[in-house]
Structure formats: structure tokens, C-alpha cells
Design a protein around this ligand. Structure first.
Ligand SMILES: Cc1cc2nc3c(=O)[nH]c(=O)nc-3n(C[C@H](O)[C@H](O)[C@H](O)COP(=O)(O)OP(=O)(O)OC[C@H]3O[C@@H](n4cnc5c(N)ncnc54)[C@H](O)[C@@H]3O)c2cc1C
Length: 269
């Protein structure tokens, strides 16, 4: 069993989640799995961006693509090139500016965390959400520490409001805001930085490149996965390996989905 990992460390997006110091215990999810892999003698090759040839060179029987996702921008009328992604801010690649508008139309931890991290760094933060209730994908228990931080740092929350466009005004940015309810309504904010959180787009190039080479063409029989029987329909009988993908490489989801995908398949292969 071999794991090919593009970065220098395991954990993927969890490494971004733990940039909020309050949430650093999440690293246990990674550490425990690494110690289990060591115990089981699994080889992990770090700094290895897997391409088709790297996979084929291992002569595998089963290939699990767990390449996660990449941040994507919300649809904007103009100014996509002017916004900063939540990943850039959380990774430290971009520092929070003095006044920051965080636009979160994903509704989970990343948007809330980036607002908290920017506010703790001294930024004046407004969190804007198109939802009726902000961060609807996050549980009530987690709401408490975020709101404590937001109140302590004077983070403003604006709901029912969409980021429509961004333009430059001198060395500032103007966010044009819109409403899903009143079509002609427009609002504006003049800020130093606009950070967007719009979930991830599946990083599925490797999966699609491997599909025609796989015995099952990358397909899974989901009826059988939840019931009984062989879960891989055979498309290319002469091919050497079965192919499947899990986690955010399928769609923008969460840690639970990635882990459960892995467990469900691992129990059947
Ligand atoms: C700030 C933040 C906070 C979050 N908080 C939570 C939370 O509290 N709870 C929750 O459930 N979810 C949370 N999430 C979402 C969760 O982290 C992701 O849904 C989850 O990590 C997806 O796991 P994954 O393994 O599918 O992909 P990823 O975590 O994206 O990992 C993909 C891995 O594949 C590697 N890779 C990519 N391409 C290649 C390649 N070609 N070759 C080799 N390696 C490659 C990457 O380097 C990476 O290590 C958060 C996300 C963020 C950004």
C-alpha cells in the first residue's frame, strides 16, 4: 500500500482548519491516522504530485483518488481577480488588511474561521452571507465560540446579502452587494480586502485521466455498495486496476464525508 501526497505533510485542508488556533485539536484526526499507517507499514511518499505514470508505475490493483478540492470564487459580475480566497488568508500566503469584507456563501467552518483569524490579527471585519442564518452548515455548539470571538472583536455580520461585483477605487476595493429578494437593491462597502469562501471545486484531473485505463472505468454500483455484491461494474476486462474516488475529489463536502467514503469503500475492496 502506497500513499502519494503532493505536499510536504499529510492532512490536506485540515492543515488550513488548524490555522485558527482555537481549532488546532483537529490535527488529532491526521496524527492518529499517520500513527496507524506507520503501525501498518504503509509507505507515504511526500512532495509527490501524482500523475498517471506515477500511479501505473506502482502496478496497483486498486487506485483510490483522494485529491480533494481547490478553492473556487463565487460568480461575480466583475472583479474576480481582485478577491482573495479564504485559503490564501488562512495559509498565511496573504496577510489580513485593515478592513476586510469576508463573503461566505459556503456556510461552514472555513468562512467563519477566516473571519475570526482576520479579526484576531487586528482587522476590522464584516462577514456577509446570502443565507437567512449565517453559517447554516455549522452545528450550534460551534456557533458559540465563533460568536464570542466576533463580539469581542466587533465583527459585523450581514445576512440575506450577496456579493455581486468588486471594483478598484484608488488603493481600496468597492464591494457591490445585492439582494435575492429585492432585485434592484444595491449596497456598497469600501474596504481594503475582500475575502471569499465559496467551497471547493473537485480536483479530479487525475481521476478523469485514469478512468479510461481502469477495469471499472472509474464507476461504482452504488445499489450494491449499500447492499451486496461486486461494487465495480467491469468496463475494460483486460485493464489491471479498479479506480474510485473519495472526499472532496467528488464534491465540496467535509471531513466526515471524506472519512465515510474511505471506510465504505475500504470495507468492500
Ligand atoms: C479552513 C477550513 C476549515 C474546515 N473545517 C472543517 C470542519 O470543522 N469540519 C469538517 O467536517 N470539514 C471542515 N473543512 C472541510 C474539510 O477539511 C474537507 O472537506 C476535507 O479535508 C476533504 O478531505 P479530502 O481528503 O477529500 O481532501 P483534502 O483535505 O483537500 O486533501 C487532498 C489531499 O490530496 C493532495 N493532492 C491533491 N492532488 C494531488 C496529486 N495529484 N497527487 C498527490 N496528492 C495530491 C493534497 O496535497 C491534499 O493533501 C474545513 C475546510 C477548510 C478549508
Amino acid at each position: 500500500m502506497t500513499v502519494l501526497e503532493a505536499s510536504g505533510k499529510a492532512g490536506g485542508q485540515i492543515n488550513l482548519a488548524i490555522q485558527n488556533p482555537r481549532r488546532r485539536e483537529l490535527v488529532g484526526i491526521v496524527d492518529w491516522r499517520l500513527s496507524e499507517l506507520e503501525h501498518l507499514g504503509v509507505t507515504i511518499r511526500y512532495d509527490c504530485w501524482a500523475e498517471v505514470e506515477d500511479v501505473l508505475a506502482l502496478e496497483p490493483d486498486v487506485v483510490v483518488v483522494a485529491t480533494g478540492g481547490l478553492p473556487q470564487s463565487p460568480p461575480l459580475e466583475t472583479g474576480e481577480e481582485l478577491v482573495t480566497s479564504s485559503w490564501d488568508l488562512l495559509s498565511g500566503a496573504v496577510k489580513p488588511a485593515e478592513s476586510v469584507l469576508v463573503y461566505d456563501d459556503n456556510g461552514g467552518h472555513p468562512g467563519m474561521s477566516v473571519a475570526e483569524v482576520a479579526a484576531n490579527a487586528g482587522a476590522r471585519v464584516e462577514l456577509v452571507s446570502p443565507e437567512r442564518f449565517f453559517a447554516p452548515e455549522m452545528g450550534g455548539l460551534n456557533h458559540v465560540p465563533y460568536m464570542r470571538a466576533f463580539h469581542e472583536k466587533d465583527v459585523t455580520v450581514t445576512i440575506n446579502t450577496r456579493l455581486v461585483a468588486v471594483r478598484r477605487d484608488g488603493n481600496k476595493l468597492v464591494a457591490t452587494l445585492g439582494s435575492d429578494f429585492a432585485q434592484g437593491w444595491r449596497g456598497e462597502r469600501l474596504v481594503d480586502q475582500i475575502v471569499v469562501e465559496h467551497g471547493t471545486m473537485a480536483n479530479d484531473e487525475l481521476y478523469h485521466a485514469l478512468k479510461p485505463l481502469a477495469k471499472n472505468g472509474g464507476a461504482v454500483d452504488y445499489e450494491r455498495l449499500v447492499g451486496n455484491g461486486a461494487i465495480f461494474p467491469i468496463a475494460n476486462p483486460d485493464a489491471a486496476f479498479m479506480l474510485l474516488r473519495i472526499g472532496d475529489a467528488v464534491a465540496s463536502r467535509n471531513i466526515h464525508a471524506a472519512i465515510y467514503d474511505g471506510i465504505r469503500f475500504a470495507m468492500r475492496i
